[in-house]
Design a protein around this ligand. Sequence first.
Ligand code: URA
Length: 205
Amino acid sequence: PLQKAVAEAPEGSLAALRQQAKDCRRCDLWKPATQTVFGMGPSDARIVVIGEQPGDQEDLAGKPFIGPAGKLFDRALEEAGVDRAALYITNAVKHFKFEPRGKRRLHKRANAEEQAACRPWLAAEIDRIRPDAIVCLGAMAAQAVFGASFRLMAQRGQWIDLPDGARAMATVHPSYLLRLPDEQARETGYADFVRDLTLMRTLLR
Ligand code: URA
């Protein structure tokens, strides 16, 4: 899917892309959102991490993974021995989608059209960075990279070679862990998540 999307992607440096993405009108999510949340991190990062879409706090700050899911991700990275500053962190969809509920804004999942509309940005980020590896957090990111037939729970935690020479791996999304109702399931899920993230370590040396 990314190889196809890169044909539709704008040209220019990563910095130029970030600038252009501010005025993206490829779908309607920009209207109620505060701003585009583009990827962040070194333009020569060896690993690109892809999440799903910004949440409430990311929308306000303009930075990916700084809310509750980001805090859990930070903790897991630290336990896995991976330095967040070395990673380029982005999302499959770059605007917050929500439903107003009183004073709160409830997260809504971006639909297939919105995900497809945003894919050229993701493809272009990866094309400019040319990382050795891609780590997908959750099914939305994994399907953007591997295609719709990818099954997260069957294929998580395994490196898969991509046509362009990089490799990619998918694991669960930290929000999924936060939503698990059962304490025991949360603990096991978190341990498995940390184990998957440690697979990044050898690539950063
Ligand atoms: N969840 C995501 O997938 N991305 C973010 O940036 C924040 C929460």
